[in-house]
Design a protein around this ligand. Structure first.
Ligand code: NCD
Length: 305
């Protein structure tokens, strides 16, 4: 039985296969409409979500399966003090696969220790978010036609932004990726990511503070929200939240074929008038999330079209 807790649980070949399957699902949706007939996905969301939970549910429905779950820990027995391990053991008896989001780093991994069905990490605290990474990789592949030879700027909250951590880890395994990390000093990428992932693999990266200086070099600008819920005090959040605001003027020095990605939700780090620029692809990115999750559910349930 396979789980997906960290993006490195998948080999590069497996990631590429998931992207190929997702692109085939987009081209031939009816071929996949019943492959999960009789199967159930449980969504255990101990933390807020719109895209991740609904795209998982839409993915299972579009595969002909069904879904159950909760979207708020306060309506589950967690509110009575039940442990994640006990909840997961129980849900293992009701469903065929679990997608779990939890504010504590490592909670989905702990779930794998007691689960008798596959567990997918749908975001654990400020740590990892591997299915957002699959969404991002599918998006880059659909927009550029390749996943190598790219300069990518990650901008905003690189400390707490779990989507950044997982995507950087994944892109390190593709050829000739240059990373530009754009953040205030307080929100730099964590040391463990630098030491264990980037430096360990001899990757080419720089850390800068100016979005404007980096802009002309970029093939991809990956914007992120400052992660309010991970801050210890509100004053720091308020001081840092508006450090970067992408607007049409700042975009004027970008390459015409650059793409702006954002895992969403956006707060105010991208002004709405950027949305009509063809380089803005965050809503296409959100749509891609359903297709790659369909491919992932099929893989973990070992079903085929
Ligand atoms: C992200 C997350 O939950 O980490 N959202 C998502 O899943 N698309 C990004 C965020 O919350 O800022």
């Amino acid at each position: 039985m396979r789980h997906l807790i960290d993006i490195i649980d998948l080999s590069v070949e497996e990631i590429n296969e998931l992207i190929t399957t997702a692109e085939d699902i987009i081209a031939n949706p009816t071929k996949y409409a019943e492959v999960c007939h009789g199967k159930k996905l449980a969504t255990l969301f101990f933390e807020p979500s719109t895209r991740t939970r609904l795209s998982f549910e839409a993915a299972m429905l579009d595969l002909g399966g069904r879904t159950l779950g909760f979207s708020d820990a306060s309506t589950s027995s967690a509110a009575k003090g039940e442990t994640v391990g006990d909840t997961v053991q129980v849900v293992s008896g009701y469903a065929d696969i679990i997608a779990m989001r939890h504010p504590k780093e490592g909670a989905p991994y702990a779930a794998t220790q007691v689960s008798s069905i596959p567990v997918i990490n749908a975001g654990d605290g400020g740590h990892n978010h591997p299915t957002q990474t699959l969404t991002d990789l599918l998006t880059i592949h659909r927009e550029f036609g390749h996943l190598d030879n790219l300069t990518i700027g990650f901008c905003g909250d690189l400390k707490f932004g779990r989507t950044v951590h997982s995507l950087v880890t994944a892109l390190c395994r593709y050829e000739n990726i240059k990373f530009i990390f754009i953040s205030p000093p307080e929100l730099k990428i964590p040391d463990y990511l630098k030491e264990n992932v980037l430096d360990a693999q001899g990757k080419d990266y720089v850390e800068v503070e100016s979005m404007e200086d980096a802009m002309p070099q970029l093939d991809i600008l990956y914007m992120t929200r400052v992660q309010k819920e991970r801050f210890f005090n509100e004053a720091d959040y308020l001081r840092l939240r508006d450090t970067y605001i992408l607007d049409p003027e700042k975009l004027s020095t970008a390459k015409p074929e650059m793409r702006v990605l954002h895992p969403l939700p956006r707060v105010n780090e991208i002004t709405v008038d950027v949305d009509k620029d063809p380089r803005a692809c965050y809503f296409r990115q959100a749509a891609n999330g359903k297709f790659v999750r369909m491919a992932l559910i099929m893989k973990l349930l070992e079903v085929h079209a």
